[in-house]
Design a protein around this ligand. Structure first.
Ligand code: NDP
Length: 329
């Protein structure tokens, strides 16, 4: 089958990042992060590699590092790719922000993936937590220094941030010895992130956009307000370019220099989501999609908003902390 050639973006440290990543977060239930049955995710990642995906996004908290790593190793063994042809992004969880914990978490990640190094290690949140999920005031600058050590030791090629606000990114830039190459944030038509994206661009930091489909798809099994697949703005662009509304939204991200991270476990949608590099939106078409902006976040952990490093705007009615209630019960 035909392989799609994914372009790459040059990062601050002169390494290159493939312009789309496959998301591998499968959701959350009472027992924690959901894992796949019968190696479904491993098989999806292997199929993705055959289709041309060269970038995978996982995290310690997703419980998917093992299956993603296994898929990469099997494809290397099959001779389909070499290790340097794939880019693996993973993330440090909030309970491992102390200097000595970062090295422990990093090694655990490498053990799970079965790889010698990852390409990009992100601080998942600026928020440090203790083992029992109570708030810790460990500064993200301490965590960053420990992550810089991980680069020096060769465990990760690059390091970056996720869910940091502008001031927090600026603080890291001011104090770091190794600059963050990437910032992973929520970006979709309902939260277009103009300010943070233009700031990151000025600093040479690549933005990775999570939950790229926004309201187009069901979230937590529910419909949310905002454009759907049959929205006329999206369907007319889809018609014009002979693409689907999902592809139009992914291309909108690519054309804004954002690396989209669509998640799918469907072989059909795997191909659909990567087949976006043979057309380009016009400036006024990008602008039209920008009009959907309502600054709506699906990832809004308001239960952390009393934390000193909570990155988002404070909301009046924070939801209860699912992690802590899980620990207590
Ligand atoms: P997405 O916007 O990727 O939406 C995923 C949903 O869309 C799934 O239900 C999927 O179903 C469906 N879908 C995928 N492709 C299509 C398509 N072409 N047409 C119709 N439906 C489609 O959101 P996520 O929240 O899953 O985010 C993606 C990734 O971003 C995560 O997997 C994770 O890697 C990362 N992320 C990072 C966060 C962070 O804090 N840094 C937070 C949240 C996400 P199906 O599988 O059945 O196709």
């Amino acid at each position: 089958s035909a392989t799609i050639d994914v372009p790459k973006l040059k990062m601050l440290d002169d390494r290159e990042m493939p312009a789309i990543a496959l998301g591998t977060y499968l959701g959350f239930d009472k027992g924690g992060a959901v894992t796949s049955k019968d190696k479904q995710l491993r098989n999806v990642v292997m199929e993705a590699i055959d289709l041309g995906y060269r970038h995978f996004d996982t995290a310690a908290i997703y419980n998917t590092e093992g299956e993603v790593g296994e898929a990469i190793r099997l494809k290397i063994d099959e001779g389909v790719i070499k290790r340097e042809d794939v880019f693996l992004t993973t993330k440090l969880w909030n309970t491992h922000h102390k200097r000595e914990q970062v090295a422990v978490a990093m090694k655990e990640t490498l053990n799970k993936t079965g790889l010698d190094y990852v390409d990009l290690f992100l601080m998942h949140w600026p928020i440090a937590l203790n083992e029992d999920y109570s708030h810790s005031n460990t500064d993200y600058l301490e965590t960053w220094r420990a992550m810089e050590e991980m680069v020096k030791l060769g465990y990760t090629k690059s390091i970056g941030l996720s869910n940091f606000n502008k001031l927090q990114v600026a603080t890291v830039l001011q104090e770091c010895t190794i600059k963050p190459v990437a910032l992973q944030i929520e970006v979709h038509p309902q939260i277009i992130q103009e300010d943070l994206i233009s700031y990151a661009k000025d600093e040479g930091i690549i933005v990775m956009g999570y939950s790229p489909f926004g309201s187009l798809v069901k979230r937590f099994g529910m419909d949310f307000p905002g454009p759907k697949m049959d929205d006329p703005v999206l369907t007319s662009l889809a018609q014009k370019y002979e693409k689907t509304p999902a592809q139009i939204v992914l291309r909108w991200l690519v054309d804004r220099n954002v690396v989209p991270i669509p998640k799918t476990v469907s072989p059909k949608r795997l191909l659909e989501n990567i087949n976006i590099f043979d057309f380009k939106l016009k400036e006024e078409e990008i602008e039209k999609i920008n009009q959907f902006n309502s600054n709506t976040r699906y990832t809004l952990p308001s239960f952390w908003q009393t934390h000193p490093f909570y990155p988002f705007d404070i909301v009046p009615d924070p939801i209860p902390d699912p992690f802590r209630s899980q620990i207590k019960s």
